[in-house]
Write a protein that binds this ligand. Structure first.
Ligand code: MG
Length: 371
């Protein structure tokens, strides 16, 4: 336990060299909130969250307002008390409260973040090409790089989705597993039509077929699906996990650090999910390497499914001075690895930055706009 001496908040806009297309929108940039917490002994922790439309009911503005309000209140508080205060808001402000909690946990040196031995966390990679030839080349290139699990976004149009998945299956031929992600875009009828025609070859799972709030629709699809179903956007709390465990055909749940409430709850939650009979999948495809590292570190202690913490690989550059290496399709965490944020890179992408310290509790912007 320690005392919080200073907090910084940053809003960044990180342009994507290649737009990232999911069923309901196209990301042209990732716009994270980055939180830095320093304790009285000088230990610093960082965390980050992208409050993405469609993934959460929170808005970016609400999350920023929450972080501003709490950054002022948490100064001089001990870290345990600060985390307990924030945790009371996880239900309504899961991303905003989680990012604050995670930064405190990193400053505390949470044991789930520490590696005494080196670890490899295998990563999933998205297939982005749309046509048959392009997909064939992309599959060969990624297999050669050592990737063995591919994400395929569906939920655009049943016929077109089936055609594209078929091309991918022909290209893969048993050499990788496919995770198909509908991102809530199908109706029950569309999902059933898709599944009726789908050959299950090399398909590990189908993710979040229907609207996240419509548990009945997702349950109806899962009940007679020929491949295992994973729920993603529907899962926020361990109560949601329990509910998913009761549905026939649902075999996987996807969690993210900013859904479960920070490092400790994530690690404990993953172990709990494993005991519930469901297989947990972890990772955020819309994130920087600060939270992707956090998720990989927690995963290295708790689960063995291929991780989805690949958001940072879509970005123009790392936010870290000592970036994690990816070798043979896996994040490689050396023994003792601890990331150091590159404040020069951070500042170059900052839209707004605020510093909170005891002498300046009523903080104002310290920088606006890219340097
Ligand atoms: Mg998903």
């Amino acid at each position: 336990m320690s005392t919080i001496a200073a907090i910084e908040l940053h809003r960044l806009s990180l342009p994507l060299p290649v737009p990232y297309k999911v069923s309901n929108l196209v990301f042209r940039s990732f716009d994270p909130i980055v939180v830095a917490v320093r304790d009285r002994n000088g230990a610093q922790g960082w965390a980050e969250t992208v409050v993405g439309p469609g993934y959460t009911d929170e808005t970016d503005e609400e999350a920023w307002a929450f972080c501003r309000e709490w950054a002022g209140r948490l100064l001089q508080q001990d870290t345990e008390h600060a985390k307990a205060c924030l945790a009371r808001h996880l239900e309504r402000h899961s991303h905003a409260a989680s990012v604050m909690i995670s930064a405190i946990e990193m400053a505390e040196g949470n044991r789930y973040l520490q590696r005494r031995e080196p670890a490899r966390v295998p990563l999933l990679v998205p297939l982005q090409q749309q046509d048959e030839d392009g997909l064939g080349r992309e599959v060969e290139r990624l297999l050669a790089q050592g990737y063995a699990t591919f994400k395929v976004k569906i939920g655009f149009d049943v016929g077109a989705d089936l055609r594209r998945v078929g091309w991918i299956q022909q290209a893969v031929r048993g050499r990788a597993r496919l995770r198909l992600d509908a991102n809530q875009a199908y109706t029950v009828e569309q999902a059933r039509a898709f599944l009726a025609e789908l050959a299950p070859t090399d398909i590990e799972l189908l993710e979040q077929p229907c609207d996240k709030h419509d548990w009945a629709a997702n349950a109806r699809v899962a009940a007679d699906a020929p491949v295992p179903i994973m729920l993603d956007e529907s899962i926020y709390t361990l109560a949601d996990v329990e509910r998913a465990a009761g549905l026939a055909g649902v075999a996987f749940v996807k969690v993210k650090i900013n859904k479960l409430g920070g490092v400790q709850r994530l690690g404990d939650g993953l172990l709990h999910i494993g005991r519930s009979g469901l297989r947990p999948v972890l990772g955020n495809g819309v994130a920087t390497d600060i939270s992707c590292w956090m998720e990989a570190a927690v995963a290295s202690h708790t689960i063995d499914t291929t991780g989805e913490m690949n958001g940072w690989l879509k970005l123009p550059e790392s936010l870290l001075r000592n970036p994690v290496r990816v070798e043979q399709g896996a994040m490689c965490l050396p023994a003792g690895y601890w990331p150091v944020v590159d404040t020069r890179v951070l500042e170059s992408y900052a839209l707004e930055s605020l510093a909170f310290a005891p002498a300046s509790v009523a903080a104002g912007p310290v920088s606006t706009g890219p340097a």
